[in-house]
Design a protein around this ligand. Structure first.
Ligand SMILES: NC(=O)c1ccc[n+]([C@@H]2O[C@H](COP(=O)([O-])OP(=O)(O)OC[C@H]3O[C@@H](n4cnc5c(N)ncnc54)[C@H](O)[C@@H]3O)[C@@H](O)[C@H]2O)c1
Ligand SMILES: N[C@@H](CCSC[C@H]1O[C@@H](n2cnc3c(=O)[nH]cnc32)[C@H](O)[C@@H]1O)C(=O)O
Length: 408
């Protein structure tokens, strides 16, 4: 068996929820005759989602959603699965990246699955010929949904898209635990430096930032949080973390990770204050959270190691991991989120794709929540796979929880 196939098989054994959905798809073939276009991180867990959709009758065309996150051996193995075409390649140029997006769209998908909204952006700008054909899409991540909502607010989103990220079974597990664990493991394996005792700066205390802060604290780091939202800053304070501005954190931080979805979070005014040897990484969005343009223009020298670029600024050096792209996926050894977490996210993707296949034609252009039944179904399947049982409401409790007339 090829290394890619072995990786796909390895991941598959820890994805019981997706496996249960796959059984249903094999029986019902709900995507028969449909073409699905995907732009996701092409690695072993994603491959299991792709083969699940193909097992449900779909013809799948997939490429990456980040120039550095594809695992080439998995891409090759995936391309050999029946009814699957894969165009992803690791370390591709931006032009090659968009050429592959175009290849996916040449297949004329009726459903899109995005992570960051690149397919949908391309369809609405350069491939408007496809708009009539698409019945709907699914979006995996926070920033993709921000972009979609901005499009919808301007009345420019022309088909329905399910916001797969915005539901408890995604953000409580993928964003919190997945990002927390995979970012730390990727930083550790890339730099071989210690986390314990370090000043570890987390920019953004959203779902990803919370998970990362908690897990870095668990490893013995002294965690500093920077925020722009007063409520989230207070939450971080009461969770026991130091809260300060990035300008103040820049002076003391050893390791910095951005998780904001915003741009220029670490920029010129901060670089000037960083300590010699500071390590900078991004776990948020694309490669805009750290101002790389400034570093490239102003560094006297750049030293390149596997997954690390060292920028020499005057007498000090600062190290940027994974070219400022998602550190958990874009470093050479970054494996992305743990398998069990992606099992939940991709179970949601599979069921939301089914929802669009069944209902997309009746839905107007816009961003839609994940139906609550789908979120609950994924939670129940996961509990069943763990052999865990929970209580259910008695008749009396149901009645009580809906009543208003029983007081002290
Ligand atoms: N690395 C991964 O695998 C992974 C996983 C899930 C999500 N993401 C991405 O991570 C980003 C964050 O996702 P989330 O679900 O935590 O979003 P979120 O909206 O819950 O959190 C983002 C936080 O960043 C804060 N913020 C915004 N601008 C800031 C700034 N300049 N300085 C400090 N804080 C700022 C916001 O107030 C908010 O609290 C998104 O871009 C998302 O797409 C990455
Ligand atoms: N595509 C953009 C947007 C952020 S990706 C963030 C998403 O990646 C997803 N993700 C994290 N780890 C993995 C993985 O190992 N496989 C597939 N997707 C993953 C996760 O669900 C999260 O919402 C970029 O590359 O910058």
């Amino acid at each position: 068996m090829s290394s890619g196939t072995l990786k796909i098989e390895w991941a598959g054994q820890y994805m019981p929820v997706l496996a249960a959905i796959r059984k249903q798809f094999v029986k019902e073939r709900p995507f028969e005759g449909m073409t699905i276009g995907m732009a996701l991180h092409v690695e072993a867990k994603t491959a299991n989602l792709v083969s699940t959709l193909a097992a449900g009758g779909a013809e799948v065309h997939i490429t990456g959603c980040n120039p550095l996150s594809t695992q080439d051996d998995v891409a090759e193995a995936l391309g050999k699965v029946k009814n699957v075409n894969c165009y992803a390649k690791r370390s591709c140029t931006v032009d090659e990246y968009y050429a592959a997006i175009n290849d996916v769209l040449d297949a004329k998908p009726v459903i899109t699955i995005d992570d960051g909204m690149d397919l949908i952006h391309y369809i609405h700008t350069k491939r408007r010929d496809l708009l009539k054909k698409v019945i709907g899409g699914c979006e995996e991540t926070t920033t993709g949904i921000h972009r979609l909502k901005a499009m919808a607010a301007e009345g420019k989103l022309e088909f329905p898209v399910v916001a797969v990220n915005d539901t408890p079974m995604k953000h409580f597990f993928d964003n919190v635990h997945g990002t927390g664990e995979s970012v730390l493991s990727s930083i550790m394996i890339t730099t071989n430096t210690l986390i314990a005792g370090k000043y570890f700066v987390v920019a953004g205390y959203g779902y990803c930032g919370r998970g990362l802060a908690r897990k870095a604290h668990g490893l013995g780091a002294k965690v500093i949080v920077t925020e722009i939202d007063p409520r989230r800053a207070l939450e971080a304070h009461m969770d026991g973390f130091m809260v300060m501005t990035m300008e103040d954190a820049a002076v003391i931080g050893d390791i910095f990770v951005t998780t904001t979805g915003n741009c220029a979070v670490i920029a010129k005014k901060h670089f000037a204050k960083l300590k010699d040897g500071a390590i900078l990484a991004n776990a948020g969005h694309f490669n805009v959270e750290i101002d790389l343009e400034y570093l490239h223009k102003n560094a006297a020298k750049i030293i390149r190691r596997d997954g690390i670029e060292t920028f020499v600024l005057g007498k000090k050096s600062v190290h940027v991991l994974a070219e400022g792209r998602l550190v958990n996926l874009a470093t050479p050894k970054g494996m992305g989120h743990p398998i069990e977490v992606m099992d939940l996210s991709f179970a949601l993707q599979a069921l939301c794709t089914l929802h669009i296949a069944k209902n997309g034609k009746k839905m107007k252009g816009g961003v839609y929540d994940v139906p609550n039944e789908i979120d609950e179904q994924v939670a129940n399947l996961k509990l069943a796979s763990l052999g865990l049982s929970i209580d259910s409401l008695s008749k009396e409790q149901k009645k009580y929880s809906c009543s208003w007339d029983i007081g002290t």
